[in-house]
Write a protein that binds this ligand. Structure first.
Ligand SMILES: C[S@@+](CC[C@H](N)C(=O)[O-])C[C@H]1O[C@@H](n2cnc3c(N)ncnc32)[C@H](O)[C@@H]1O
Length: 337
C-alpha cells in the first residue's frame, strides 16, 4: 500500500522543519523559558496543541501557531512525527489534533451560517493558544471571547504583540473576528459566567460555545457544572455547543491528567438540556479531511466496533475514543433534568 493510500502524505509534502527567526529571538525564547519554568502541565498543554497545528500546517493554516507553541514542543512533536514516518506507522503523531481542529473549524463556520447573519458571540472556553480569532474569516461578524487562566492569556497577548510588531511574516497577522476579548477566569469557579458577562458577553445573544480539549481536564462534577451553566444560557437564546469528549478508556492514557469522561455524550447532553446532539468519531465522513484513508488505521478500526465495546478484539487494547459532539439549545428545547 502506498503512503497516499495509507492516508499519509508523500515525504515531499511534509513541510521542512525550520524554526523562524522570531522563535529564535531572545524575547520569544525568554517568554517560552518562563512557560517551561512557571506553568503547570495543564497550562502547557496549550503549547502542545499549538505545536500540533504548526506542524500540520499543510492542512491547517495557523500563521502564528509556531510562536505560540515554542521551540521545545515543536521539536518534541516533530521528532515523534519523524519516527512515525520512518516506521511507516499507520497513524502519524498529531493527526488526531489536526482532524479535531479541522472539525471544530468546520462546525464553527456551519453554526455561524445557521444564525443567518444575526449578531453572534463565539466563546472559546479554555482557549489556550488557539488563534482562531486571527485565522477564521467566518468570524468577521462575531464577537469572540477567549476564557483561560490569567497568566496564560497575558503570555498569549505578549507573544502575539511581539510577533505582530516584528518585521517578518507575522507582521501581516490580522484580526479576523469582529472583536476579541480575553477573559481571565478559572472555569472550575462559580463566577466564570459572571466574569464573561462583565467582559461584554450578552446571555440573550446567539452563541457558539467552543470546548476543544478542555472537558477531560476537569473533574466529573466540574465538567457537568460547566455544561449546566452553558445550558442555562440556552434558556435565553439559540446556542450551539461544540465539544470533544474522551470515553472512559481514553482517560487511562494518563490517569493523573484526564478525569472527566463520557461514553455516551449523546445521552448525557439531552439530560442537561441540550438537543439535536450529533456525535462523530475521528474518521467519520465529517471528521476525515482526507487524512483517514487507511481502513486499517486505529480510528477506522474503532469506528467499525460498536461503541459499547471496551476492548479491541484484534489486539486486546482498550478502545480509546474521542467523540466530537455538536449540540444545540434553544428556549423551546430546554429540559434540564
Ligand atoms: C489542551 S489546551 C486546549 C486549548 C485550546 N482549546 C485549543 O484547542 O487550542 C487546554 C486549555 O484549557 C485551559 N484550562 C484548563 N483548565 C482550565 C480552567 N479550569 N479554567 C480555565 N482554563 C482552563 C488550559 O489553561 C489550556 O489552555
Amino acid at each position: 500500500m502506498s503512503e497516499q493510500e495509507n492516508g499519509l502524505l508523500e515525504e515531499s509534502t511534509w513541510p521542512e522543519f525550520k524554526l523562524s527567526d522570531m522563535l529564535l529571538s531572545d524575547t520569544v525564547k525568554a517568554f517560552h523559558a518562563s512557560i517551561d519554568n512557571e506553568w503547570d502541565s495543564l497550562q502547557r498543554s496549550a503549547c502542545q496543541t499549538a505545536a500540533g497545528r504548526a506542524l500540520w500546517k499543510h492542512v491547517i493554516h495557523d500563521p502564528v501557531a509556531d510562536v505560540l507553541a515554542g521551540e521545545k514542543y515543536l521539536r518534541s512533536l516533530h521528532e515523534k512525527m519523524r519516527k512515525d514516518r520512518l516506521s511507516n506507522a499507520r497513524e502519524i503523531s498529531g493527526v488526531i489534533l489536526a482532524v479535531r481542529t479541522l472539525w471544530f473549524d468546520s462546525k464553527i463556520e456551519a453554526a455561524l451560517n445557521s444564525f443567518n447573519g444575526e449578531e453572534t458571540q463565539v466563546v472559546l472556553l479554555g482557549a489556550g493558544m488557539d488563534a482562531r480569532a486571527y485565522r477564521l474569516s467566518c468570524l468577521k461578524e462575531s464577537k469572540v471571547f477567549e476564557v483561560d487562566f490569567p497568566k496564560l492569556l497575558q503570555m498569549k497577548s505578549a507573544l502575539l504583540q511581539v510577533a505582530m510588531g516584528s518585521a517578518d511574516e507575522y507582521q501581516q497577522l490580522t484580526m479576523m473576528a469582529k472583536s476579541l476579548t480575553r477573559v481571565a477566569a478559572d472555569i472550575r469557579d462559580d463566577d466564570w459566567l459572571e466574569k464573561l458577562q462583565k467582559s461584554g458577553f450578552v446571555p440573550g445573544r446567539n452563541t457558539v460555545w467552543v470546548l476543544e480539549g478542555i472537558l477531560y481536564y476537569l473533574s466529573h462534577h466540574q465538567a457537568i457544572q460547566v455544561l449546566k451553566t452553558i445550558a442555562t444560557t440556552c434558556n435565553l437564546t439559540h446556542t450551539v455547543l461544540l465539544a470533544d469528549f474522551m470515553n472512559k478508556s481514553s482517560t487511562t492514557l494518563s490517569q493523573s491528567t484526564f478525569h472527566f469522561y463520557s461514553d455516551w455524550p449523546d445521552h448525557l447532553l439531552p439530560s442537561l438540556g441540550f438537543s439535536d446532539v450529533k456525535l462523530s468519531q475521528i474518521g467519520d465522513p465529517d471528521a476525515h479531511f482526507g487524512l483517514m484513508h487507511d481502513p486499517l488505521n486505529l480510528f477506522n478500526r474503532l469506528r467499525k466496533l460498536p461503541r459499547s465495546v471496551q476492548t479491541n478484539p484484534d489486539d486486546g487494547t482498550p478502545c480509546c475514543r474521542l467523540y466530537l459532539v455538536r449540540a444545540s439549545g434553544s428556549p423551546n428545547h430546554i429540559g434540564g433534568q
